[in-house]
Ligand binder design. Structure first.
Ligand code: SAH
Length: 228
């Protein structure tokens, strides 16, 4: 065999060796930050985050930071995606998950590798259209999406085993709790705009909702109504 045909190994997403290395570095960092659920780490390893941001900044896609996605919105920091995903998996494996705030589609894509069905709602049309293209491109046929004000949830598809809110809410919307199954879990950043936000988890057990605080977070706010 001629040495001239030697090529760098390329993964399924078309990334070279360097890309694979930066992806593994991100996983190592999440591990070091205390993400312990192997299912979550594997799901994050598999989702090509560079396809969820603009090509101009795709070189930063495997840094553990939030990045701009246009329309004043951001793709969440991988550590926060990991923590939220861990929080919904802690009580078992949910079958149907509702996400509020599709944004780039990244959190939905991570969830899609772990649960049966993801339902995601986004108020900004252009972001949703781009996210839908990504779901198609990656063959994620268990993600359904809707252009709407996510404060109302997705009543036609309720109940959900988990609700994941990825924009900061002043309060947990009654509709989200109404659409949560018995034994369901909800994770949401809660706080006034401009003030500090806490990641809140609500677990429904034996007819009772128990709330715990998963720490300080920074999210863009939930906005009312439907964008263009
Ligand atoms: N989960 C996303 C994070 C997106 S940032 C990701 O992984 O990329 C939060 C998103 O919530 C933004 O796209 C914003 O437009 C959306 N959002 C804000 N208020 C909303 C509302 N009322 N209904 C639906 N989506 C909303």
């Amino acid at each position: 065999m001629s040495g001239l045909t030697l090529r760098h190994p390329v993964d399924e997403a078309g990334l070279g060796l360097t890309g694979q290395r930066v992806r593994e570095r991100l996983i190592a960092r999440l591990l070091a930050e205390g993400v312990a659920d192997a299912r979550v780490l594997e799901a994050i390893r598999r989702v090509p985050r560079h396809l969820f941001v603009d090509e101009a900044i795709s070189g930063r896609a495997y840094e553990d930071t939030a990045l701009p996605i246009g329309n004043g919105q951001t793709i969440s920091q991988p550590l926060i995606v990991a923590r939220m995903t861990e929080a919904v998996l802690a009580a078992g494996r949910p079958s149907r998950v509702l996400e509020i705030g599709t944004g780039s589609g990244y959190q939905a894509a991570v969830l899609a590798g772990l649960v049966d069905q993801v339902f995601t709602v986004e108020r900004i049309g252009p972001l949703l259209r781009q996210a839908r293209r990504r779901f198609r491109q990656l063959g994620l046929d268990n993600v359904r999406s809707r252009h709407d004000d996510g404060r109302a949830g997705w009543p036609e598809e309720a109940p959900f085993d988990a609700v994941v809110v990825t924009a900061a809410a002043r309060h947990v919307e009654p509709a989200w709790l109404a659409q949560l199954a018995a034994d369901g879990v909800l994770v949401a950043p809660v706080g006034e705009p401009g003030a500090s936000q806490r990641l809140v988890r609500i677990r429904r057990e034996a007819g009772e909702d128990r709330q715990d605080d998963l720490g300080a977070v920074v999210f863009v706010p939930i906005l009312p109504g439907v964008g263009e």
